[in-house]
Design a protein around this ligand. Structure first.
Ligand code: TEU
Ligand code: CA
Length: 570
């Protein structure tokens, strides 16, 4: 494997709208981000991913871009963005932006021109197709509900949108469009951007015959990802994109890829892959419902543990995946992956440890480092997210009651991760002096940065120790390049444990997700404890200070929600 500059980095995702508001309009902004760079540096962050900050009508929170070369007024100016770049650079941090190029906003100039003349130059930037017998060209359902096809008024044409109708899909078959996109990507990279998180990119290849698929819901439609999974050739586009842009700048790219065809991982993230890395969503997929959020299964611990092990094994020979417990599309990891009794500071530290020390590039989502949780939702009107409204209606149509539909949305809504960052116990969690654009999680008086700063045992201070361990001179190599080996995966326990090993070192990460204490017989004698989230009941035969060597130790007792990172003899 060829070593790359980003292999040993730790990344952090900022959702700008909810990070920090500097001017009291209730919307987070670039000035807010700049003012917290030192906070992120102290957390051990090297790479910052900004969810979209481009000009947008915000139908899908900026994932609908109306000008790829402009900063949204809500967030600030291009001067402020340049300042962010240079301030980050001063601190030896890298900024990456979201790259949303499967679709743009219906307000984008290209689409406006296309609507005026679907048969003209800009019409070919999109997919306009004639209806079939007065119907949509095929029966695909968009990710946000309803047909993927929107009629163009006063014509017999429809245009394709795999997401909202305000997000028309760009026609990647058109070389002119591709050139426009490459030019734009290079423009940002030349500005000093370190790379991109690449949105929904697997969707760019369409089956141009636009066939019908067997209906999979009462609406007679079929999920549009079925087309994605059935069509070949996305690799040609991705390869050209990389060759023409990222590769020329040694950029770091992390792709959002669902529905990849089997056996393609190496093409995507191998040494000469399309991307540097891509997110591992395998654990998240465990709680995707067959028809929607209303029939989503809860996470089963053993299945989750096995899924992570399998995922780590499958990527080991190819490259690196990016590990997350949550992002702006997912509920909070603490609320999703931890049993009720573990939704505590101890549990948050345990989950964070298990995730951050996996092989791969760790991404921390804003608020994860203080253990933020899903919010409390009293009515569907409190949500803003377009996907949530759709899922609410799907649940009602499936016969759920109002209360049941709300309960499903409360568990799964993307807005759970989008509530304002909890900076302090002051009004609005210190996020804004104005009216926040989305309701603050009422638990901000218990969970916030300011209180955790002054508590050595807080989740925040633990995360700082965790990132510094991962990056420490002595252990960086093994945490970056060391192999992953599952350990103690017994049906009788709820222990999530694994080794990270190389020729010199063997590190055991062991966490007890169960409600009762467990005792493990160590397979390799312990040398020293590197990190733990509790100070009690540590070792059966040895409870000496963590810096001492512990050659005699052979047993490890873990309380409920306890995690221990220890170096063992090889
Ligand atoms: O998400 C793409 C995507 O596939 C998600 O809709 C996914 O299916 C869902 O969240 C699973 O829970 C990306 C962005 O991350 C998302 O915020 C955007 O809404 C979407 O693309 C459209 O740009
Ligand atoms: Ca603001």
């Amino acid at each position: 494997m060829i070593k790359k500059w980003w292999h040993d980095k730790i990344a952090y995702q900022i959702y700008p709208k909810s990070f920090l508001d500097s001017n009291g309009d209730g919307i987070g902004d670039l000035a807010g981000i700049i003012s917290r760079l030192d906070y992120l540096k102290a957390l051990g962050i090297d790479i910052i991913w900004l969810s979209p900050i481009y000009k947008s009508p915000f139908v899908d929170q900026g994932y609908d871009i109306s000008d790829y070369y402009a900063i949204a007024e809500e967030f600030g100016t291009m001067e402020e963005f340049d300042l962010l770049l240079s301030e980050a650079k001063k601190r030896d941090m890298h900024i990456i932006m979201d790259l949303v190029i499967n679709h743009c906003s219906s307000q984008h100039e290209w689409f406006q021109q296309a609507l005026k003349n679907p048969y003209g130059e800009y019409g070919d930037y999109f997919y306009f197709r004639k209806g079939v017998n007065g119907h949509e060209p095929n029966n695909l359902r968009s990710y946000f509900g309803g047909s993927c096809w929107e009629p163009v008024p006063d014509t017999d044409l429809y245009y394709l949108h795999m997401f909202a109708r305000e997000q028309p899909d760009l026609n990647w078959e058109n070389p002119k469009l591709r050139e426009e996109l490459y030019k734009m990507v290079n423009w940002w990279l030349e500005k000093g951007l370190a790379g991109f998180r690449i949105d929904a990119i697997i969707n760019i290849k369409k089956d141009l015959s636009f066939p019908d698929f067997p209906a999979d819901g009462p609406d007679g439609l079929a999920a549009c990802w079925k087309m994605v999974e059935s069509v070949d050739g996305v690799g040609d586009f991705l390869d050209e994109l990389k060759e023409r842009t990222f590769k020329c700048h040694d950029a770091f790219t992390v792709a959002e890829v669902f529905n990849m065809q089997e056996g393609e991982l190496g093409n995507f993230i191998g040494d000469d892959g399309y991307f540097s890395t891509m997110f591992d969503f395998s654990a998240h997929c465990l709680s995707f419902g067959e028809h929607g959020w209303y029939d989503a299964p809860p996470i089963d611990f053993r299945q989750w543990r096995q899924t992570i092990a399998e995922s780590q094994a499958s990527v080991a020979q190819c490259g690196f995946e990016a590990n997350i417990i949550e992002n702006h599309d997912e509920p909070r990891g603490v609320s999703r992956f931890l049993p009720d009794y573990a939704q505590t500071p101890a549990g948050a530290k345990m989950l964070g440890t298990v995730s951050l020390l996996l092989r791969g590039i760790p991404f921390i989502y804003q608020g994860q480092e203080i253990g933020m949780q899903n919010s409390v939702w009293n009515s569907i009107d409190e949500f803003n997210d377009i996907n949530t409204i759709d899922q609410y209606n799907i649940a009602l149509q499936a016969g759920m009651s109002d209360a049941q539909a709300l309960a499903a949305c409360s568990l799964h809504s993307r807005d759970n991760a989008r509530t304002p960052m909890q900076w302090s116990s002051e009004e609005n969690a210190g996020f804004t002096t104005g009216q926040p654009w989305l309701k603050v999680n009422p638990n901000y008086t218990e969970i916030n940065v300011a209180d955790q700063e002054s508590d050595v045992d807080s989740v925040l201070n633990y995360y700082r120790r965790l990132t510094s361990l991962r990056k420490s001179a002595d252990y960086k190599e093994v945490f970056t390049y060391g192999d992953f080996e599952p350990a103690f995966a017994d049906d009788d326990n709820m222990v999530m444990a694994y080794y990270r090993t190389n020729k010199e070192k063997r590190i055991l990460i062991a966490a007890n997700f169960g409600s009762e204490p467990v005792e493990l017989v160590l397979e390799y004698p312990a040398k020293r404890v590197l990190l733990r989230n509790m100070h009690s009941g540590l070792l059966l035969s040895d409870s000496r200070d963590s810096t001492e060597s512990m050659d005699s130790t052979s047993g490890l007792k873990l309380d409920s929600c306890e995690v221990c990172v220890m170096e063992c003899q090889i």
